[in-house]
Design a protein around this ligand. Structure first.
Ligand SMILES: Cc1cc2nc3c(=O)[nH]c(=O)nc-3n(C[C@H](O)[C@H](O)[C@H](O)COP(=O)(O)OP(=O)(O)OC[C@H]3O[C@@H](n4cnc5c(N)ncnc54)[C@H](O)[C@@H]3O)c2cc1C
Length: 500
């Protein structure tokens, strides 16, 4: 029997972008949140460093946040969206607190702020020391659980938008039993997160493969800035480990850690004399890449031995524990690190209210391209983007005249086969790591296009109705979009570095 549901608003994604949008919508709306895996999974739960915001509403400080964001983004940012981001930061932090989020405070009850790369002042709020995402999300989920108008569907992967008269009227998801589930609704909010799972190594979970971006693309929605894939300079290096990798937060450098190559030489002065280890991520990742190349090595070191064990255990409890588990006591030992895929600056193109070019569809969070990150994201601006634009979408929906769509599930006839598509996934990840990483060349990108283009073509031709199939198709689609955008942009800018 066909499973069909009707909602006012369906939100794809239960990360910060999705949940925060849902919590800001009117309580009289019937809302569904679909998540591909369990709701506790996803990048928002992994965030360590914090959320950037000028909470004192000081215009000069807000202007500095604006300028730092543009500078980190190589001035390719959308200026209007960036203004919205920094100016509405303070309001949304207050709103998060009123929704139950507990940020770290000092003994006087004042919010504690830290520093990260390319921020000129301490403006990063955090929670649980270095467990910001886990704490913020747990607090928000507790609030969500009390909302009777919001239903969460776990293990439901959306794969297609249903359109009528050039408007979106619903979507189709696939459940764990590989059955199609139809959701008809008045508004869809895509908040499906990043793309790290299309790389062999990433800080993201493997299931983060750009599903929302791929399904938007199939629905004719505009996608932009896909070449700007950010590599975090300091993923924890573990020799044999592949897949999802642990991150050593930028806040560790914010608290004084320095980078050394395997010969023990501090090297950042060669690349950015002024900002050193606190240069933007693109500069630091490319510097580390160069040092690794010159020393025939696959990692460098982060040195925070200048700080006491007591300080580190209190300020970075998660990172301290993780390092210890692999035999590294960060108060005494150097931490081996290497750059790793981390964040997508581009995605589904939106305006400042989260609208896409398809009526009734919004996008928010890492899958969206609001333009605030330009060619490279400023640290801790992505959680901020989730809340600022999530709130704007909620406000926009409140202003909309909601009309009930014409419910008419279309017939979905496709083959059922339990292929794992493993060889294709594995090849996509290898190719993305090898040719579409920190350093890119015309030749490498063309090789990647040929290999992944072939998979994309074959997968598009052979429709198989299964979770694995759609995920693999989405991987190929997202990868193709990144490669094509990277081929088009000939110059090096931000996190897109071309050697030829
Ligand atoms: C290790 C790590 C540390 C980070 N630290 C920071 C930090 O300190 N500060 C900062 O600002 N940013 C940080 N980031 C980046 C930031 O966490 C993310 O950009 C942000 O949380 C993205 O939120 P989101 O809601 O867009 O996506 P996510 O939190 O990733 O959520 C995506 C959701 O979409 C769902 N989904 C995916 N596909 C589908 C589908 N087809 N159908 C239905 N549901 C789907 C998933 O199940 C999930 O619920 C960090 C990222 C990582 C990985």
């Amino acid at each position: 029997m066909k499973k069909t549901f009707e909602y006012d608003v369906v939100i794809l994604g239960g990360g910060l972008a999705g949940i925060y949008t849902a919590l800001n919508l009117n309580k009289n709306l019937k809302i569904a949140i679909l998540v591909k895996d369990k709701i506790e999974k996803g990048s928002s739960n992994l965030a360590q460093g914090g959320i950037a915001a000028e909470v004192e509403f000081d215009p000069d400080k807000i202007e500095e946040h604006y300028e730092d964001t543009l500078k980190a983004g190589s001035y390719l940012n959308d200026k209007a969206a960036t203004r919205v981001l920094v100016e509405e930061a303070g309001y949304n932090i207050k709103n998060l607190i009123s929704l139950g989020v507990n940020f770290d405070r000092d003994s006087n009850g004042e919010l504690v702020k830290t520093l990260e790369g390319a921020h000129r002042s301490r403006r990063i709020l955090h929670a649980g020391g270095d467990a910001t995402g886990a704490k913020v999300m747990a607090d928000l989920r507790a609030t969500l659980a009390k909302q009777e108008n919001i239903t969460v569907y776990e293990d439901e992967m959306a794969f297609e938008i249903i359109k009528k008269n050039k408007k979106a009227i619903g979507l189709i998801a696939i459940n764990q039993a590989n059955e199609p589930v139809y959701f008809f609704c008045q508004k869809i909010v895509i908040a499906t997160g990043g793309v790290g799972g299309i790389y062999k190594n990433s800080t993201n979970e493997k299931f983060a493969v750009g599903d929302g971006i791929a399904l938007a693309y199939r629905a004719g929605i505009n996608i932009s800035n896909m070449e700007f894939v950010q590599f975090h300079p300091t993923g924890l290096y573990e020799e044999e480990k592949q897949g999802q990798r642990f991150l050593i937060s930028e806040a560790v450098r914010g608290e004084g850690a320095i980078l050394k190559n395997i010969e023990g030489e501090r090297f950042m002065a060669k690349y950015d004399k002024e900002r050193m280890e606190l240069a933007p991520r693109d500069v630091v990742s490319q510097a580390i890449y160069r040092e690794m190349f010159d020393t025939w090595s696959d990692h460098v070191y982060l040195d925070i031995t200048s700080k006491s064990k007591e300080f580190l255990m209190k300020r970075f409890p998660t990172i301290y524990e993780k390092c210890l588990s692999i035999g590294v006591d960060m108060s005494k030992d150097l931490i081996p690190v290497a750059p790793i895929e981390h964040f997508l600056c581009g995605g589904i193109k939106t305006d400042c209210n989260g609208h896409t070019n398809l009526e009734n569809v919004y996008a928010v969070g890492e899958c969206a391209s609001t333009g605030v990150h330009g060619a490279n994201r400023l640290a801790s601006n992505s959680l901020l983007e989730c809340v600022v634009f999530g709130n704007r979408i909620a406000e926009d929906i409140k202003r909309s005249d909601l009309t009930i769509p014409d419910v008419e599930p279309k017939k979905h006839t496709v083959t059922h086969k339990m292929f794992s598509f493993h060889p294709i996934r594995s090849e996509i990840r290898d190719v993305m790591d090898k040719y579409v990483g920190i350093v890119r060349s015309e030749e490498g990108l063309e090789i990647a296009k040929k290999i992944i283009g072939r998979h994309f073509k074959n997968l598009s031709k052979t429709l198989v109705h299964s979770h694995y199939y759609y995920e693999t198709l989405n991987m190929a689609t997202t990868a193709m979009m990144i490669i094509e955008a990277a081929i088009k942009r000939k110059e090096s800018v931000g996190c897109h570095y071309r050697v030829n």
